[in-house]
Design a protein around this ligand. Structure first.
Ligand code: ZN
Length: 125
């Protein structure tokens, strides 16, 4: 097999894909959680706050980063050192049927701040 074709196949296997959970019919992101020794995981497609991550871990759920790869998004398991460090982007919890983490949604990645040009109450210094 040619090298470029092998790399394409590996990239496609590593890319997160939006699917529907077979049990509860909710949308999930599915992918392998590492480049080597990986597990296939399903994660909720909505990012969670830091408190939400603590709740997820207390419930025994894994947490994951969704990082940009070569033209794709990859799921990366968050190990202890990742959790202690500053976040690299939105964080997602492992999917559990009928248990969405709606109380801990991180909206910083979905809501843009107000346009500073329209704010006339705040002085410019
Ligand atoms: Zn489900």
């Amino acid at each position: 097999m040619q090298q470029w074709l092998k790399e394409r196949r590996e990239a496609a296997a590593r890319a997160a894909q939006l699917r529907i959970c077979r049990k509860c019919k909710e949308p999930v992101l599915v992918g392998v959680d590492a480049d080597m020794c990986a597990l296939t995981v399903q994660i909720d497609p909505t990012p969670i706050t830091e408190v939400g991550e603590a709740v997820a871990l207390m419930e025994g759920r894994g947490t994951y980063d969704l990082l940009a790869g070569k033209g794709r998004r990859e799921i990366h398991h968050r190990a202890e050192w990742n959790i202690r460090a500053a976040r690299r982007g939105p964080v997602f919890a492992a999917h559990r049927c009928h248990r969405p983490m709606t109380d801990h949604l991180d909206t910083t990645h979905t809501h843009r701040p107000a346009n500073p040009g329209t704010d006339t109450d705040t002085p410019p210094y």
